[in-house]
Design a protein around this ligand. Structure first.
Ligand SMILES: Cc1cc2nc3c(=O)[nH]c(=O)nc-3n(C[C@H](O)[C@H](O)[C@H](O)COP(=O)(O)O)c2cc1C
Length: 310
């Protein structure tokens, strides 16, 4: 008890996973080493997602790969650099020391490659896998733009995996809901929304695109209204939990996503302000729930959809 109020519960469930709080480290942001994943756990994250891992080591694009376009908003085109699944299995084992769920983000060139990487990560101890079918500046983007390819990929991974499967959606589509529904129908256990939005910047002095890959993906503050809209629309149609990601730099941004329909929230660009963001967001959510008289997060998930709600 605190000040006569019952402390609001901020633990959440995502399929079989239990999270002590709804904050998660988003894929690609510092999650390339076991030690950094462990650090995020120690700093208060409810779960961590690894950098996207493929079947073989991959260098990614040459610099420049990242540029700030507005305050707290970035363009990146990394090109999915990663050490490959065999090497990364050891890093994942280190991350398990954090005693919170570790989710392996995986990708491949075909449904069979996705299934291979996912099953290697499961063997290494991943508590769930997140299928990255959505990196907007790489060849895998097209998977997340096709109902058929998303369905085939999820079904293939599902054949071999026991741990839950999350599907991370590509916002660069006309109708994100139809892709989410297809993922759910194929057996996905949760939807992660969204990956970055295709965008570019041009240097007016050199006359050239700023990023070496020319086109990149927009993340951070500028992405949030688009991500909130995607979460809101998906929530209206799918029954599996939604994990929101896009532009969360403080607790009120996380609340906005939860009201739209998210059960948990991933933080990527928000890490620019330091690891303390996990605790700040958790504490902010707890305080908000108490002030509004709610006993748990579950009471406010998707509440923005309810008619007559103030
Ligand atoms: C530098 C950078 C690298 C990223 N790498 C990955 C990745 O490997 N896999 C993935 O699924 N998403 C990746 N993302 C996308 C983020 O996980 C997230 O979906 C996106 O940045 C929106 O969230 P944010 O506004 O909190 O950053 C990356 C984003 C950034 C900025």
């Amino acid at each position: 008890m605190k000040g006569g109020l019952v402390l609001a519960k901020i633990s959440v469930s995502l399929s079989k996973l239990k999270l002590r709080n709804p904050t998660m480290l988003a894929s690609g942001i510092i999650g390339i080493s076991g030690k950094l994943l462990l650090r995020a756990a120690k700093e208060g994250a409810g779960a961590v997602v690894t950098k996207s891992i493929g079947p073989e080591p991959r260098n990614g694009y040459i610099n420049p790969c990242l540029t700030e376009v507005f305050k707290n908003s970035y363009l990146n085109a990394m090109g999915l650099p990663n050490p490959g699944v065999k090497f990364f299995a050891e890093e994942l084992k280190i991350a398990k020391g954090g005693k919170i769920p570790v989710i392996a983000s995986v990708f491949g060139a075909s449904p069979l490659e996705f299934a291979y990487v996912a099953s290697e990560m499961e063997k290494a101890g991943a508590d769930a896998v997140e299928l990255n079918v959505s990196c907007p500046h790489s060849e895998i983007a097209i998977i997340g733009q096709s109902c058929e390819l998303v369905s085939e990929t999820v079904k293939e991974v599902k054949k071999t995996l026991k741990v839950p499967i999350f599907v991370k959606l590509n916002p660069n589509v006309t109708d994100i809901v139809e892709i989410a529904l297809e993922a759910e129908k194929a057996g996905a256990d949760a939807i992660t929304a969204i990956n970055t939005l295709r965008a570019m910047a041009i240097d007016i002095n050199t006359y050239k695109p700023v990023l070496s890959n020319r086109i990149g993906g927009l993340s951070g503050e500028a992405l949030r209204p688009i991500a909130v809209r995607c979460v809101y629309e998906i929530y209206e149609h799918v029954k599996i939990p939604i994990i929101a990601v896009g532009g969360i730099l403080n607790w009120s941004h996380a609340i906005e996503h939860i009201l739209a329909g998210a059960t948990a929230v991933q933080i990527g660009t928000g890490l620019v302000n330091g690891f303390q963001i996990f605790q700040e967001v958790s504490k902010g959510i707890e305080k908000y729930l108490e002030e509004k008289g709610h006993r748990s997060i579950q009471e406010i998930v998707g509440i923005a959809h309810r008619e007559g709600e103030k």
